[in-house]
Ligand binder design. Sequence first.
Ligand code: 7MF
Ligand code: ZN
Length: 883
Amino acid sequence: MRTNQPTTIRLSEYKVPAYLVDTVDLRFELFESGARVHSTLTVHRNPESTEEFAPLELDGDSLKLERVELDGQELAAGSDYNETGVQLVIAKVPARFELTVVTWIEPQNNTRLEGLYKSSGMFCTQCEAEGFRCITYFPDRPDVMARYRTRIEADKASCPVLLSNGNDVDRGDLEDGRHFVTWEDPFPKPSYLFALVAGDLVEKQDTFTTCSGRDIDLRIFVEPRNAAKCQHAMDSLKRSMRWDEEVYGREYDLDIFMIVAVDDFNMGAMENKGLNIFNSSCVLASQETATDLAFQRIESIVAHEYFHNWSGNRVTCRDWFQLSLKEGFTVFRDSTFSADMGSPTVKRIEDVTLLRTAQFAEDAGPMAHPVRPASYMEISNFYTLTIYEKGAEVVRMIHTLLGPDLFRKGSDLYFERHDGEAVTTDDFVKAMEDASGRDLAQFRLWYDQAGTPVLTVADDYDSERGVYSLKIQQAIPDTSGQTNKKPQHIPFALGLLGAEGEALPLRLGSTEDAASAPTERVLELTDASHTFEFHGLSQKPVPSLLRHFSAPVRLVYPWSREQLVFLMSHDPDGFNRWDAGQRLAVDVIQSLVASSGAGDVDPRLVDAYRALLADRALDQALVAKMLHLPSEAYLIELADSPDVAAIHRTREQVLSHLATSLRDELVACYNRNLGGGEYEVTPESVARRSLKNTALAWLLMINDDTGRDLALQQLSEADNMTDRMGALRALVNSDYAAERSQALADFYEQFQSDPQVVEQWFSVQASSDRAGQLPQIQALLKHPAFDWKNPNKIRSVIGVFAGQNLAAFHNPDGSGYSFLAEQVCRLDDSNPQIAARLVAPLTRWKKFAPAYSALMRTALEQIRDKAELSADLYEVVHKSLEA
Ligand code: 7MF
Ligand code: ZN
């Protein structure tokens, strides 16, 4: 734990490493009482470094140093080397040498879950970004790439399975019931991709034959009780491997690919070379225990980690400022994969919902930063929605500007040019430029300028000339440390619709031929203001703007409610149909909030939803999405000085008005989507369940017992977790207090032995304004299944309360805020990464009305004044207080 102020690392101060490492030879002796790590490095001076006589500086954290040897000679502390607590410094080293370092670590006491630690009796590692330095002294930076050989020694009975990166090359028995396995990874890699697992695990085995005919051994390792929950992850893995061959021409490179499920994990998963480690909740699934959402999440995370093998591992990041090089690109890849596996429109809706709700909020808050940040204090704070989601949008825009063929040429060139290297986002853009011949100089601003661009569109129709003009202005808001930003290069996809909903030809000049003019175009905005003229139009069209959400921007256009209703049922772009529905619902809710709930819910909204419920031609997955009202979080993000209680109340008022008005249609929708035969996770059956469960949730907002009875019946008859959870959630969020308690108790009784289900059980309560008021949250923290050492449990209660139960969290008495501050302080001592992530909702204090924001600020100050603040929490709290 640091007590002094952490330092700022700047991109502008990047220097090539003074020494490079060729090989790393590791030997782990694993015991109950700790682990001894013997590390032998072959090192040489970097010819590209200007510092010829630089000292050798190795990073280390929480290590007990036992021995240092240089070329076989033991070195002495003080005279030959210095240990500073975070570094091992050897002042004088030759141009080429062999260094051996022996350290002692205590995985069983490692609660930070960085480096080597124990989870349910199993040894495992997490080294990204800077965890390797918690294992041994090493130049722990991604531009130092080396070949690793790892020998693991452990007790054979408690740790029959010993895994590391690459291929196993040797194994055997040792004295005292111990054994060893040696692994060799032929590909040079940065230290953050190192992994080790040792424990009592069972494996599910399969094979994949690559495009060149090589057989790859696939293995998923889990605790014995989870043996039957690996099939979906295995299928997802094989689909990902095939897709990466077909879409990117990328073949897997080792002979074996392993996945391990771990219960205690700070993040979702990790792409360690040949040995991916997953949070159990992101890999284990069965019909009885996992929802459709979980099945989809698992597929996309397995894909994400697998895709990193090329976008991240074969070509890696030069430094952590380039994090989006691998993360933005890989999220774009996994998102395209998921779109190809299901409905592209629905996947786009899900991605945009996350982006607009959470990334836009981040970009407007005190921690706003560019996709390529210029500085950071603690790198683990920069695994953000901006790096991942906005970074993916930036890659998507390159794809839009170049088209699929030139984009593929660009990615081929990128992989070919930089295979085995550690590079920058600029190298990525350069490869795209060189392959396509396009100039992306202005486009690069997307990497450097923080903040969400605002596009303001004004239109005009000249009936005499038959010309429709669109004036599009862009402005990028100031963010901390950045003002007066330059206009960015923005791809803007659009279409124009005639009175019957027909797609009109887009003729950008009077000479363009109507017959050959496309009905959708991508305009390229480069100036602060542009006016585009569309010719040959005999009537004023309805514009369908920013189709597919072609750029991550806020779009301002004075839609009328008639236009939105029209687009909801006519726009050929499914994404914009959904978006029109969202805008209409937002407009209706916002005006009711403004009038303090006085006035009626616009009947056009009711009619639009009625039409949707009756629409059997439209993709039912899209209908299911369109029936979701904009979330409270999104409504809060859109508001200037949000009154959380009023937004919550009004949204519920609209929901129950819709439900009451559409009761018969909802019952019909419910019944129509009931049954459907054997459970399967196909887009069609997922859509059926989603529609059915939405209808059910709405029916419980009505003051008769229809919904309650259906929910109780569904709860007792469901053969899968999606339906069970749908019914439970609907009951928990209803006013049927007795049924709620009974259903929650029965559910726990039935599923208490399954940690992933218990996490869902915590979440459904913590997110509910009925079951998740502060005293109830306090009680959940005392529940026997709650575990302060398990990040998933912490997130499912505290994280969900502060992030999803917004009316309760923003209780005007400030109790939600001081509760969060207290838990964050407590967690900072055991797991700083989790503490720093959990505090995020408080950092948005400036956005709220004065009464709220003063209390939020007080809670932040309470954290700031805590003794011994971690660097993680220090950075977030200080930056948000100083903003
Ligand atoms: C899909 O990016 C999308 C994002 C870092 C840990 C996984 O592969 C990763 C790791 C964080 C936040 C989100 C994700 C990951 C991490 C993630 C996972 C799946 N390199 Br932190
Ligand atoms: Zn990733």
